[in-house]
Each structure stands twice: as structure tokens, then as C-alpha cells.
Design a protein around this ligand. Structure first.
Ligand code: BEZ
Length: 190
């Protein structure tokens, strides 16, 4: 199941006339950009929490056996630590195609460690997209991730690499850490 969001994102004119802008990464973008950027820095956005609630039929799973990847869900008072990239708008052509399976661009303020705040864009898959999987128990999510694999590699690598990158940023993220712990326990008994 997929919904191609490329066109909707392409028609989004926000920041189109900017020579440079900020993009917030909260999933694999934290540890692997895959595009050229001007600079990057850890940042936090408020009111959003990271959840492995988005199905991946094209990267970490297949249409018949989707994996689970991160999206952001709104929660007042929550904070999500990630990596902000200073990019040119051309990078969006690449990302719009790469993240076409349900992710739309949202504008959000990004808070940097030195206290300054910049407006930028973030890709978010919301519950109304066709690839949405939603909540499940930690065990069920970890088991689905354990067995899933797609063109971008094993789903387990995505989750374990993300957990490691978040630990390196001293990020507080009980959802990611709980699933990574359960996943590692499942892998240890294979
Ligand atoms: C990320 O890794 O932060 C990400 C990038 C594009 C879409 C969804 C997540």
C-alpha cells in the first residue's frame, strides 16, 4: 500500500524562494543524510514525539511485508531531539522522491543548543496516509521490525542505528529505546 506524496510536496511553495533553509531530521537522517548539506547541528522541536508508527513498503520492508519507520505524532509538551541540516531547496527534489510513501512537509521552529531558534521544514507522515500502521505493543513492533527487510536494508539496522545515534545525542526517547532493547533481546535469541 502506498500514497505518492511527491506531487503534494512539490507544489508546496514554502521556502521555495530561499537560497538556504533548515531541514529537521529525526529518523535515519540523524545518522545518514545521503545528500549534500551546508552544515548541520543537533536541534529539538517541541510538541512532537517520535514513534515507529509509519509502515515502510519501499525502504525497510516490502508491500507484502512492510517494516516500521519513524514518524512524528503531536503531543503537547513533548520534545523531539534530532539533527537539523542547512540545505538548498534542490535537496527537496531528492527527499520528496525518497520519502514519497506518505510523508508531507511541515514547518516548525527548531531549537538549537546555543538557544537560538530557526523556522524550517520537517517531513511527517500523519495518521491519514495509506502507509500508516499506528500503535502496537513494544513486543509486536519489535517483532515486526525483526523480520522486515527492504531495498534500503534490514529494518533492525534502521532502528538500532537510530537508537545509537540518539544515545550519542543524549536524547531522551523512551519509545525508541524500549523498542531497540526488545529488538536486541529478540535478535540475541535467534
Ligand atoms: C528523517 O530521517 O528524519 C526523515 C526524513 C524524511 C522523512 C521522514 C523522516
Amino acid at each position: 500500500m502506498s500514497i505518492d506524496t511527491t506531487q503534494a510536496n512539490h507544489e508546496d511553495g514554502r521556502f521555495a524562494n530561499h537560497e538556504e533553509l533548515w531541514l529537521f531530521g529525526y529518523g535515519s537522517l540523524i545518522y545518514k543524510a545521503g545528500f549534500d548539506y551546508i552544515r548541520r547541528a543537533p536541534a529539538t522541536i517541541h510538541g512532537w514525539q517520535r514513534r515507529f508508527w509509519q509502515g515502510s513498503h519501499d525502504h525497510r520492508g516490502t508491500p507484502d511485508a512492510p517494516g516500521r519507520v519513524a514518524t512524528l505524532v503531536e503531543r503537547p509538551g513533548a520534545a523531539c531531539v534530532g539533527m537539523a541540516y542547512r540545505i538548498t531547496p534542490a535537496v527537496f527534489d531528492h527527499l520528496d522522491h525518497r520519502e514519497k510513501n506518505g510523508y508531507l512537509r511541515f514547518a516548525t521552529p527548531m531549537h538549537f543548543a546555543d538557544g537560538h531558534v530557526e523556522e524550517g521544514l520537517v517531513y511527517i507522515a500523519t495518521s491519514d496516509n495509506a502507509a500508516w500502521l499506528g500503535d502496537a505493543s513494544v513486543n509486536a513492533i519489535a517483532k515486526q521490525i525483526q523480520r522486515s527487510c527492504g531495498p534500503s536494508g534490514p529494518n533492525r539496522d534502521y532502528v538500532l542505528d537510530l537508537a545509537e545515534a540518539l544515545r550519542a545525542l543524549n536524547a531522551d526517547d523512551s519509545h525508541v529505546y524500549a523498542i531497540a532493547r526488545r529488538l536486541q533481546a529478540l535478535i540475541d535469541t535467534e
